[in-house]
Ligand binder design. Structure first.
Ligand SMILES: [Zn+2]
Length: 345
């Protein structure tokens, strides 16, 4: 869950249930501003490069976690991370873990959260125990630079100097999606079903970037590194647009169907299909794959795109994905595409 909930949780902690409604409404109100802001992606954004911090701890101590169950879970989580990821990708994890606090607060269910991670003070609040692995991944991928006032959490980054209502940072959607990919992969835990679209998109992007590279960038909080990977194939403004379209869908909770959402899904799909085709074309041009491999891999990727997509329980039908992909192949001068057409004349 997003960090913007943390202010609300602080209020709940102070005043209890009676005062929940006011910040809840403030948050909903802010939500509509954010939709407007996100949609206008050109107004955003300078993506910052995360600072390189040194590892502060070599041992795992967990001194700040009092609850025995949480301590055990944090230990289990640590073992899995140390086993699966290279040491140099775990600097943020080591720096945060020993200073992490975890507490229970059933009241955050009222704002629809099973858990919440606050990057500025490195603390997890849990109402639904199953949410803990997801929130621990936020912890493991966080760094906060007091110097530039930017918090980096996985693929999300946000300046703490800008207004909360109008600026929710960039990368929230992709970050929540990839956090779910990892939570399910390593802990078989599917925490937030409301992130299903984002999770699917994050998985499709991982197919292009590669698992090792993508997890490394995530754990380092390096959105700019991810953008650099994609810049091999696409200009930066297209990449920013792709990322902010996922943010828009992530923020969109309006219950009726919306043209903005449909267009955004289409843009997101078009981006992924184009980047994947360009990546395969590059491999073909470099003599790494032949035409039939190009076609097979290209078709396999296309098949992972459903023509029915659910966002906030609304079904969106996207009938013309195949036609869109044909146009992409033609546009990029894909191997075999022109030959096929001249043969059929
Ligand atoms: Zn989350």
């Amino acid at each position: 869950m997003g960090s913007e909930l943390h202010e609300i949780i602080k209020l709940i902690d102070l005043f209890g249930i009676y005062f929940v409604v006011v910040p809840y409404l403030a948050n909903r109100f802010g939500h509509y501003f954010r939709i407007k802001k996100i949609y206008n992606h050109k107004k955003i954004i300078k993506v910052s490069v995360p600072p390189k911090y040194k590892k502060k701890y070599d041992n795992i101590e967990l001194n700040k976690i009092n609850n025995k169950t949480f301590k055990e879970v944090a230990l289990e989580f640590s073992k899995v991370l140390i086993e699966h990821f290279p040491e140099e990708a775990l600097t943020n994890f080591y720096n945060n873990l020993n200073e992490l606090t975890i507490k229970n607060n059933k009241l955050i269910v009222l704002i629809g959260a099973g858990g919440c991670y606050a990057p500025l003070n490195n603390s997890i609040t849990i109402s639904d125990f199953d949410a803990i692995y997801h929130e621990l991944f936020h912890m493991a991928s966080r760094l906060y630079s007091k110097v530039d006032g930017v918090s980096y959490v996985g693929f999300k980054q946000r300046s703490t100097k800008l207004s909360k209502i109008t600026y929710n940072g960039i990368g929230t959607g992709l970050n929540e999606g990839y956090t779910e990919v990892l939570t399910y992969r390593y802990f078989k835990s599917k925490t937030y079903s409301s992130y299903e679209f984002e999770t699917d998109i994050a998985r499709k992007l991982e197919t292009i970037i590669g698992t090792d590279k993508m997890t490394e960038l995530y754990l380092k909080g390096d959105l700019s590194g991810l953008i650099n990977e994609l810049k091999k194939y696409m200009p930066e403004d297209e990449i920013i647009k792709f990322i902010t379209r996922i943010d828009l869908i992530n923020a969109y909770e309006i219950k009726h169907k919306s043209i903005i959402v449909r267009e955004s899904i289409f843009d997101i799909y078009e981006f992924l299909l184009k980047v994947n085709a360009l990546k395969l074309k590059k491999q073909y041009d470099e003599g790494l794959i032949d035409i039939s491999t190009f076609k097979n891999l290209s078709n396999d990727y296309l098949k992972t795109f459903e023509d029915r997509v659910y966002v906030s329980l609304n079904e969106y039908e996207l009938k013309n994905i195949k036609e869109m992909y044909e146009i992409i192949l033609k546009d990029i001068n894909a191997p075999g595409y022109i030959e096929n057409h001249s043969n059929s004349k």
